[in-house]
Write a protein that binds this ligand. Structure first.
Ligand code: AMP
Ligand code: ZN
Ligand code: FE
Ligand code: FE
Length: 309
C-alpha cells in the first residue's frame, strides 16, 4: 500500500481540485492521504466527500509557515531574524471557532498583507503589469494565494524579464526574486512554532516538521545533515513537534534513510509525503515524489495515530 501525507490542492498552491486529487490517489493505489494545503483547511469538506467516494482514508491536515526562534539567520543588512520553517499538522480540528482555526485565520490575514506588499515590490522592480487581481484570479481559491501564483503571473505578464517558463526558469524566479534571498522577498507572519503547538497539541493535533532539510540546511550534504540535524530535531521534539518528514519526496533514497535514522535517534515519529502540487511542481509525482521512488510505509500511520494521545 502507498500512503501520502503531504499534498496540495487548488485551495492553496496546487492545481488539482480535492476531487481530482482523491481520484488520482485512488488510481495509483493510495490507501491513506493527508491534504495539507498552506494555512487553510477550506479544502477539507470536498476532500472528505471525495475520499469517501473513492474509498480512501483521509487525515485532516495543513502546512503552516512558522518562525523557529531556536535558529537565527543574519540577513544581508546584518539583522538577525528567526528562521522561517514549514510545519505539517495532522488531525486538525475543522470547526471555525476552534483556537487552532483562529491561528490559521491570522496566518491567512498576514498572507494577504504579504501579497499586497509583494505586488508593490514587484511593480517597483519592473513587473509593472502585475496586479493583485491578476494573481488572485490565477488561484482557484482566495484563501491561500501564494508565491507560485505570483511566479505564474510573472511568466504570463513579463516573459521579457523572466523568460519562457521551464522547470529551470521557474526555479530561477524563486532564487532571483521570490525566495528568501530574492530581490522581492517579503517575510510572512511572525507566528512561532510554540504558539501553534499550544493551540493544537492539547486537542490532539500532531505536528511534524515538513521537508526538514529544505528548512534547516543549505547544501543537504551528508556532513551537513549529520552536523546540523540532530540538534535541530531534539530541539523541535522538546518543543512539541513530535514528527519529522523523513520520507520526503524531494530527496533521494540515501538521504531518506539518513533522515529516518536521525528521526528515530531523536525519538520522533517519521512521517512522509510527496509535496505534490500538480502543475505548480511539474516534476513531483503524487505518492512517488520527485525521484519517483518514494515509498512511505503504512507503519507510519500507527505511530502517528498513537501520538494523538
Ligand atoms: P508562500 O506560501 O506564498 O510563502 O509560498 C511557498 C510555496 O512556494 C512553497 O510551498 C512552494 O510551493 C513554493 N516555493 C518556495 N520556494 C520555492 C523554490 N525555491 N522553488 C520552487 N517553489 C518554491
Ligand atoms: Zn506550496
Ligand atoms: Fe512546504
Ligand atoms: Fe508543501
Amino acid at each position: 500500500m502507498v500512503i501520502d501525507l503531504h499534498t496540495h490542492s487548488c485551495f492553496s498552491d496546487g492545481s488539482d481540485t480535492p476531487t481530482e486529487l482523491a481520484r488520482k490517489a485512488a488510481e495509483i493505489g493510495i490507501s491513506t492521504i493527508a491534504l495539507t494545503d498552506h494555512d487553510t483547511s477550506a479544502s477539507h469538506q470536498e476532500m472528505a466527500e471525495a475520499c469517501d467516494h473513492y474509498g480512501l482514508d483521509l487525515i485532516a491536515g495543513v502546512e503552516v509557515s512558522l518562525k523557529d526562534h531556536a535558529v537565527t539567520r543574519t540577513s544581508s543588512s546584518g539583522d538577525s531574524t528567526a528562521l522561517s520553517v514549514h510545519v505539517l499538522a495532522y488531525f486538525i480540528p475543522t470547526d471555525e471557532q476552534h483556537p487552532f482555526q483562529i491561528q490559521l485565520r491570522e496566518l491567512r490575514t498576514d498572507r494577504e498583507r504579504r501579497n499586497r506588499e509583494l505586488v508593490e515590490r514587484l511593480n517597483e522592480l519592473g513587473f509593472r503589469a502585475l496586479t493583485l487581481d491578476y494573481v488572485v484570479a490565477l488561484a482557484d481559491s482566495v484563501d491561500s494565494v501564494g508565491r507560485p501564483h505570483f511566479a505564474r503571473a510573472m511568466f504570463e505578464l513579463h516573459p521579457e524579464i523572466v523568460g519562457e517558463r521551464t522547470d529551470e526558469s521557474w526555479n530561477r524566479v524563486f532564487t532571483d526574486w521570490l525566495g528568501s534571498s530574492g530581490r522581492a522577498y517579503i517575510p510572512k507572519s511572525e507566528k512561532t512554532i510554540e504558539e501553534f503547538v499550544a493551540a493544537g497539541a492539547p486537542h490532539g493535533v500532531v505536528f511534524s516538521i515538513a521537508h526538514p532539510l529544505v528548512n534547516y540546511t543549505t547544501t543537504s550534504s551528508e556532513h551537513e545533515i549529520a552536523t546540523v540535524m540532530p540538534g535541530v530535531l531534539s530541539s523541535l521534539r522538546d518543543r512539541g513537534v513530535l514528527g519529522c518528514e523523513a520520507y520526503y519526496g524531494g530527496t533521494n533514497e540515501q538521504t531518506r534513510r539518513h533522515m529516518l535514522q536521525l528521526t528515530r535517534d531523536a525519538g520522533m515519529i517519521p512521517t512522509g509525503g510527496s509535496d505534490y502540487h500538480g502543475t505548480y511542481k511539474t516534476d513531483v509525482l503524487l505518492g512517488r515524489g520527485r525521484s519517483g521512488d518514494l515509498h512511505v510505509p503504512d507503519e507510519v500511520l500507527v505511530a502517528l495515530r498513537n501520538a494523538r494521545g
